[in-house]
Design a protein around this ligand. Structure first.
Ligand SMILES: Cc1ncc(COP(=O)(O)O)c(C=O)c1O
Length: 381
């Protein structure tokens, strides 16, 4: 109870992520490189972008990283590089951020949704084969919340049917499956450096990862209007480039990524401990073959909406990622997927709630959050 009172006095709101606190932890380093870039007069694609791509490819253990403007463009670039054409079917999940399917639609592709597993919230490999048709060209699994999906089973199916795999790693940089970084299994993988991501810029940013040199070269052209040299255009491309400021900031942050991911992991384990005796709450699993990087700490419970509302009244921010599955978004009604067609996805959407988690979160804050959850659930709706 003392903790409840102390925190109430000192802190007006518990945010889902504290980006100011995160910035302060490396403020001097960021300000120095920001000043250097501003004084250089060179702002779009340059030595920081090149160096960041090199450093990130070393970190991930892959041959090529091509940066771009954001994680949505990264998926579009990947699909364009693989020559995905209007009418091609791409198998993916409905339980993801909208951008995964939006990118497919942006190139004229048709998102075909596989249901997810109830334990890890990710694509259920057992649901994929039944969806494959002559038009299927690729699978886009998402490693949601920082938890690797069963990527080796996805790759096996893709190989059997001659399909491409694009891993959407926007939420999972640094996560490992069987000891190997996610993003290094598929033909192409994509990252987002949106500020709240585990490796976040101070603006938008994204990257495409591939071991295939030819694909990497094509993506490098696609991101700059399809051109190989100035004013010579081989493809209809995009204007999707990372700027020097973001690249310089990401270079400062990258060496801290493993430490920050570990701090997220420790915070997740502490939540697990605090929730040990709370029967109404199911905590996220960590699979024995995976290293989870806890982009989100997402619990499940029946009284989700009641809890969410009561926590909001107490100034504790929680978020539902995502309340409306993509197949039920009105803009995708043309796909003809009805309510009830993805039972696990739809069930999960009504039960999930993501709690504050970030490297600098303190045990006091976590205790405060869980004490509040316990007292709200003890009274009930
Ligand atoms: C799973 C997933 N895919 C794609 C994206 C798109 O990334 P961006 O916001 O950088 O365009 C996001 C970003 O939130 C995401 O979470």
């Amino acid at each position: 109870m003392t903790k409840l009172i102390n925190l109430k006095q000192n802190q007006k709101k518990i945010p889902i992520i504290d980006l100011v606190c995160h910035y302060r932890s490396i403020q001097n380093e960021i300000e120095k490189v920001t000043f250097d870039v501003l004084s250089s007069g060179h702002y779009i694609l340059g030595k920081n972008v090149e160096a960041f791509e090199e450093e990130l490819s070393k970190y991930l253990g892959c041959k090529n990283v091509v940066s771009c403007a954001n994680g949505t463009d990264a998926i579009v670039l990947a699909l364009k590089a693989l020559d995905i054409k209007p009418g091609d079917e791409i198998i993916t999940v409905s339980h993801s951020f909208f951008a995964t399917s939006e990118a497919i639609a942006l190139v004229g592709g048709i998102p075909v949704f596989a249901d997810i597993r109830e334990d890890d919230f990710n694509i259920d490999p057992e649901k994929i084969e039944a969806l494959i048709t002559k038009k299927t060209k690729a699978i886009i699994p998402v490693h949601l919340y920082g938890q690797p999906c069963e990527i080796s089973s996805v790759i096996e199916i893709a190989k059997k049917y001659g399909l491409y795999v694009i891993e959407d790693c926007a939420q999972s940089i640094g996560a490992k499956f069987n000891g190997k970084n996610v993003g290094t299994f598929g033909d192409i993988s994509t990252l987002s450096f949106f500020p709240t991501k585990n490796l976040g810029a101070c603006g938008d940013g994204g990257a495409v990862i591939t071991n295939d040199y030819k694909l990497a070269t094509k993506i490098k052209q696609l991101r700059i209007h399809g051109s190989s040299k100035r004013y010579v255009h081989d493809y209809i491309g995009m204007n999707s480039r990372l700027d020097e400021l973001q690249a310089a900031i990401l270079r400062i942050k990258l060496p801290y990524l493993d430490k920050w991911n570990h701090e997220r992991y420790k915070a997740a384990k502490y939540y697990d401990e605090l929730f040990k005796d709370v029967k109404q709450v199911t905590t996220p699993i960590v699979k024995s073959n995976s290293q989870h990087v806890f982009h989100q700490y997402t619990i499940r419970l029946n009284q989700r909406d009641f809890l969410c509302e009561k926590l909001r009244e107490k100034n504790i921010e929680t978020i539902i990622y995502y309340p409306v599955p993509i197949h039920l978004q009105s803009v995708f009604s043309y796909l003809g997927r009805q309510k009830g067609s993805l039972p696990v996805t739809e069930k999960i959407c009504n039960e999930i709630l993501s709690l504050p988690i970030y490297p600098e979160i303190t045990k006091d804050i976590q205790e405060y959050i869980v004490e509040n959850i316990k007292s709200i659930l003890a009274v009930g709706p």
